[in-house]
Ligand binder design. Structure first.
Ligand SMILES: Nc1ncnc2c1ncn2[C@@H]1O[C@H](COP(=O)(O)OP(=O)(O)OP(=O)(O)O)[C@@H](O)[C@H]1O
Ligand SMILES: [Mg+2]
Length: 373
């Protein structure tokens, strides 16, 4: 009874990026789920360091403003974490109960965490039996305690009730793969690449299951800083120049020669370096399988995040990587209704809403899975 009451409540996913805060409210209706409201607003500058929110007050105030403006009334909120300090690994353990595993997980995590394990939050999920008899596979997640605590504090200070703090990669899989009504993801391996401002995340998803995540410190801010160094303009001016450049000269048309955008000359090598890093991540995934294994073959790259909005990025990456690449057509072919969002808003923000939407449905999906079990 309690769970059916709970499932009628809206939840809001709050994706606090270093550059923009995204909020997506999802409501269960008799027809299914619906995005009741969504909003994207700049994140106050200098309020985050290495994924830790250093100015809780200012970020909470920005979230409050954003909720008010978008008319978001849900109070249950889910926030995400990502970045090089968030460790997500598949590890093997001898078969044991969850309670026993909980006792040994910290020791295992200490092998991967560079700072003190006492300053980390460690979580896990048993995936199932490993190939080796008597062993099981486990997802291990570890993150600096400050990263989690600062998010809980921000949500509470914004008047929200923190329901969960989730890994952004998991949220992305939920909104792009699990929400898709087509079953194409159940048969292939894809790379979900989120290109934000401070970093790019590469997440490999094989037959609908999360397989690997890697963090690359090249993204939108790197491009803006390159223009800033070239021109001597301020960061904000350089950001405007970047957006203008990306609008006027599509990236995939640069190689044809006569680009008039001087700034591309400093940004293009960074994009090439980023693409080489994405290739390395895919090769690393590949190397875990025996020769010719079909699961090892990454058949598609799907882009999300603000920097994926650069004109021609999909076609450029496709030709450099040799893998078909597309910008996520979030909410298309999807089990979620978006009638309440205006076409203009969607046109502008669709690929940046992926993590927020995935966060918003975390508890709703868990509820559905629980009922189906
Ligand atoms: N049309 C566009 N062309 C080029 N870059 C764009 C465009 N729109 C947004 N961006 C860039 O996308 C970035 C913001 O994307 P996003 O909101 O995904 O980042 P974020 O989540 O705040 O950052 P992070 O997750 O890395 O902390 C900025 O660097 C911005 O300049
Ligand atoms: Mg982001």
């Amino acid at each position: 009874m309690l769970s059916s009451l709970f499932s009628k409540e809206s939840t809001v996913g709050i994706d606090i990026g270093s550059s923009f805060i995204k909020a997506v409210e999802v409501t269960p209706t008799t027809q299914g789920w619906e995005v009741a409201a969504a909003a994207v607003e700049p994140c106050p500058r200098e309020t985050m360091k290495d994924g830790v929110i250093t100015n809780v007050h200012e970020v909470a105030a920005a979230i409050r403003g954003l909720l008010r403006e978008a008319g978001i009334r849900a109070t249950g909120a889910i926030c995400g974490i990502s970045g090089s300090q968030v460790i997500v690994r598949q590890v093997q353990f001898p078969k044991m109960t969850e309670a026993v595993l909980r006792k040994s997980i910290k020791y295992e995590a200490s092998k991967y965490v560079s700072s003190s394990i006492e300053d980390s939050v460690v979580e896990f999920e048993i995936i199932g039996d490993a190939e080796e008899p008597g062993q099981m596979n486990v997802w291990l997640v570890a993150a600096p305690r400050e990263m989690i605590d600062s998010r809980v504090a921000v949500l509470e200070s914004a008047g929200l009730e923190p329901l969960a703090i989730d890994v952004e990669a998991f949220a992305l899989i939920r909104s792009v793969v699990e929400l898709s009504s087509s079953d194409r993801y159940l048969h292939e391996t894809v790379a979900l690449v989120d290109m934000g401002a401070s970093h790019t995340d590469v997440n490999v998803v094989s037959r609908g299951e999360f397989a690997l995540t890697r963090n690359i410190p090249i993204a939108g801010d790197s491009f803006t800083n390159a223009i800033k160094n070239l021109t001597g303009a301020s960061f904000d001016e350089s950001e405007q120049m970047k957006l203008e450049m990306a609008r006027q000269c599509p990236l995939d048309e640069l190689d044809s020669g006569d680009s008039e955008c001087r700034s591309w000359r400093v940004v293009q090598p960074l994009i090439d370096e980023l693409i080489r890093e994405i290739r390395r991540s895919i090769n690393f995934y590949h190397s875990q399988f025996p020769e010719g294994h079909t699961e090892a073959f990454v058949g598609k790259v799907i882009l999300t995040g603000g920097s994926a909005r650069m004109l021609g990025m999909d076609r450029y990456m496709s030709s450099k990587l040799g893998i078909p690449t597309e910008v996520a057509r979030l909410f298309e072919d999807s089990a979620i209704s978006i009638e309440k969002l205006s076409p203009d808003f969607l046109d502008k923000h669709r690929p940046v809403l992926a993590i927020g939407a995935g966060l918003a449905i975390k508890e709703l999906i868990a509820d559905v899975k629980q009922k189906a079990a």
